[in-house]
Design a protein around this ligand. Structure first.
Ligand code: ACO
Length: 328
């Protein structure tokens, strides 16, 4: 047992070029740019071209993270792909990413924790590093969720976008890296946010397609309330485990689902707006990629500097949630 914590040595993200604006959605469903912006904070999102799978976006993000870390694909020990929209049911998205980036010496698996996937995957990777099993772990949060959206259903189609974010984790020396984490789930709420068909219980049939069973169904207001509670409690617990005061946090990166959820969490935690990083206006909710892309942009924009305490908090279908505290 080496008991080294893990730190992020490189970050990268990728979003498709195609921008879908609120104005375009006005032509597709009965909604308005004003409604979407005031109820969610979202102005536009990115949509992958037809036939482009999650591994394509994920590979681009992964190569950017490897480049920033100065690590060759050959030296990656493990790829964890957090996604609920793999290219195919079999094989894993992680194996397609491995194929695309040429990380031929890595083990690879997918991790399904919906929007909480990136934080779940970081925490999973950290365990392998603490145990001394691996030294270079590629953690990717990526989803191409647009094919699962019902583009005639106004309460869900406005929310989501496609994207990928990646981090290369290495053993930390000294105090930096992941200081604490909290993961949680409550399966009693499993039915609140689902894609009901296409799995083993209800595989694809003419009937499942006819009844529109392959698109995302969500009880929005219940999810909203549980998201606020789940994320707030996870952050409080993670800060307490790390013995870090709220006032010492330099940058808080919440799951980018809805500005009102973020505001409610910030209220509960009494966090000032200037410490909260938000980019959902540009990308919407990119599911497992959300926190990863936000972390990447926060660093690029100089919001996070060496030695800063950073908190990631996320929440998703399951219901699942997670928070972690890092020293950058
Ligand atoms: N445009 C105009 N009106 C709309 C739209 C729209 N796009 N969508 C819903 N409405 C209407 C509803 O039909 C309803 O009308 P009614 O009062 O006549 O019935 C009214 O607006 C209010 O609807 P609510 O659902 O109460 O609206 P709310 O303020 O709760 O906002 C929203 C809805 C945005 C979905 C919100 O509940 C939300 O963000 N929930 C959380 C969703 C989320 O983050 N999910 C992701 C979780 S992570 C994962 O793992 C995927």
């Amino acid at each position: 047992m080496t008991n080294h914590s893990a730190y992020i040595a490189g970050l990268g993200f990728y979003v498709p070029d195609r921008v879908l604006t609120n104005r375009e959605l006005e032509k597709m469903v009965e909604t308005s740019d004003e409604w979407i912006r005031t109820r969610t904070g979202i102005s536009e999102r990115r949509i992958a071209e037809k036939g482009v799978g999650t591994s394509e976006l994920a590979s681009r993000a992964a190569l950017a993270a490897l480049k920033q870390a100065g690590v060759s694909p050959n030296d990656v020990d493990l790829i964890i792909a957090a996604t609920t929209t793999p290219d195919m049911p079999l094989p894993s998205c992680a194996c397609f990413i491995q194929q695309k980036i040429g990380a031929k010496n890595a083990a690879a698996f997918d991790l399904a924790a919906a929007c909480a996937g990136f934080v779940y995957a970081l925490v999973t990777a950290e365990q392998f590093i603490r145990a001394g099993v691996y030294k270079n772990i590629l953690v990717i949060g990526a989803d191409v969720i647009s094919p699962y959206i019902d583009w005639t259903e106004r309460s869900t189609c406005i929310l989501f976008g496609d994207g990928a974010g990646a981090a290369l984790l290495k053993p930390a020396s000294g105090k930096s890296g992941i200081l604490s984490s909290v993961l949680g789930s409550d399966g009693q709420y499993a039915d609140l946010l689902t894609i009901p068909c296409g799995g083993s219980r209800r595989p694809a049939t003419h009937g499942s397609v006819a009844e529109n069973g392959h698109t995302l169904k969500m009880s929005g207001s219940e999810v909203f309330k549980l998201a606020v509670r789940g994320m707030s409690e996870a952050v409080i617990e993670a800060l307490s485990r790390a013995k870090v005061k709220k006032s010492d946090v330099a940058c808080f990166i919440p799951h980018q689902a809805n500005q009102r959820i973020i505001d409610a969490v910030a209220d509960r935690l009494e966090l000032p707006a200037e410490k909260i990083f938000v980019n959902l206006q540009k990308y919407g909710n990119t599911s497992a990629a959300s926190c990863a892309i936000a972390l990447c942009e926060a660093v690029e924009q100089g919001k996070i500097k060496k030695g800063d305490k950073v908190v990631l908090a996320t929440f998703g279908s399951g219901l699942v949630w997670g928070a972690l505290v890092m020293e950058w």
